[in-house]
Design a protein around this ligand. Structure first.
Ligand code: SAM
Ligand code: SF4
Length: 328
């Protein structure tokens, strides 16, 4: 089946689905300390609704699914959702973004259900600081979770780190060094002015260029080509088993190669992370829309997918929903 392209010739084959807006952490840059008002349970997409959406999307050429949240591992019976999605004709890759706290418990079950890989968010390697950034998380749970993910064959494990000046930027080199010891893909993501406003300010933002210079202090970084690397640009230290990726939503917009759509946990189809334009699939489905009608809504979202976004580190994006609601 041929892939569906938008009007800027981008083939849309990737759907990122937030399956829950709730989380078992309250990372300082993502959520306010008292959390965010959760979406009512009845307004969260059911697994059957998600499976139906994926089936229709697969018919249009979507091949890759990433489940995210909030924290996807706190939603019950996740292996059922994963195996159901994995069995849909056309779906080639199902992955998960998680804070890793519950990975030790679930990694094997998830792998057995057909999960291919995990991205684990980890913003500090220091136990006390990790606790502070996440407002209460225990780093040992994450480290054990990463080990279990490797044992379960969910490799390469990708570790996502958001460097924030004055919080954790002194650990950039330490994170880079992980790739010398392990086969990890360590990915540095630019801090975005989205989500919790409690700590954002321009001075805390660090550009990819600066992060890369600081990682290069360890040893020279050589570019590597990784197939289907998405928005990340990858590098490697000579002889290292792992790689280092840089994701630069602020300084290097990757809009020209953006192949994705998103579904929020309450069932809104969102053509761009940084635009509040959404199409309400949940209401359509609950009002009895046929598969053909849902397919038309998908086509519409592809048609209106913007060419690019104008986010930068000086602009306030206070109007945007937090990442936990959209699905980071
Ligand atoms: N709870 C899961 C986790 O933490 O991996 C999945 C959801 S979380 C919203 C997804 C990703 O969004 C995380 O890697 C997190 O670091 C990132 N994120 C949240 N707010 C961000 C911000 N303001 N700037 C950059 N990344 C952000
Ligand atoms: Fe939860 Fe992930 Fe947001 Fe942290 S980044 S509060 S783990 S959703």
């Amino acid at each position: 089946m041929s892939l569906i392209k938008d009007k800027y010739e981008r083939a849309i084959d990737y759907l990122r689905i937030s399956i829950i807006d709730r989380c078992n952490l309250r990372c300082i840059y993502c959520m306010p300390s008292d959390g965010i008002k959760p979406i009512e349970h009845k307004n969260i997409l059911s697994y059957e609704e998600i499976i139906r959406i994926v089936r229709i999307a697969a018919g249009l050429g979507v091949r890759k699914i990433r489940l995210t949240g909030g924290e996807p591992l706190i939603r019950k019976n996740l292996p059922y959702l994963i195996s159901s999605i994995n069995n849909i004709q056309g779906i080639e890759d199902v992955s998960l973004t998680t804070n890793g706290l519950l990975l030790q418990k679930y990694a094997r079950e998830l792998a057995a259900a057909g999960l291919r890989r995990v991205n684990v968010s980890l913003d500090s390697l220091l136990p006390e600081r990790y606790r502070e950034i996440t407002r209460g998380g225990n780093i040992n749970d994450v480290l054990n979770g990463i080990k279990e993910a490797e044992n379960a064959g969910l490799i390469p494990v990708k570790i996502n780190m958001v460097p924030i000046r004055g919080f954790n930027d002194d650990e950039i080199e330490e994170f880079a060094l992980l790739t010398i010891k392990k086969q990890y893909h360590v990915r540095f993501i630019e801090f975005m002015p989205i989500g919790s406003r409690e700590i954002w300010n321009e001075e805390k933002y660090i550009s990819t260029q600066e992060i890369k210079e600081r990682a290069s202090a360890v040893a020279p970084l050589m570019p590597v080509k990784i197939r289907k690397s998405g928005p990340a640009r990858y590098f490697r230290f000579d002889g290292a088993p792992g790689v280092i990726g840089f994701i630069s939503p602020i300084t290097h917009h990757f809009c020209d190669t953006c192949n994705r759509l998103r579904i929020t946990s309450d069932g809104k189809l969102r053509p761009c992370l940084f635009s509040e334009t959404e199409i309400d699939l949940r209401s359509a489905m609950r009002c009895g829309a046929s598969d053909e009608e849902i397919e038309r809504l998908f086509r519409l979202s592809i048609e209106i997918k913007p060419e690019g976004h104008s986010i930068n580190h000086e602009k306030s994006f206070a109007h945007l929903k937090p990442m936990s609601k959209i699905g980071g």
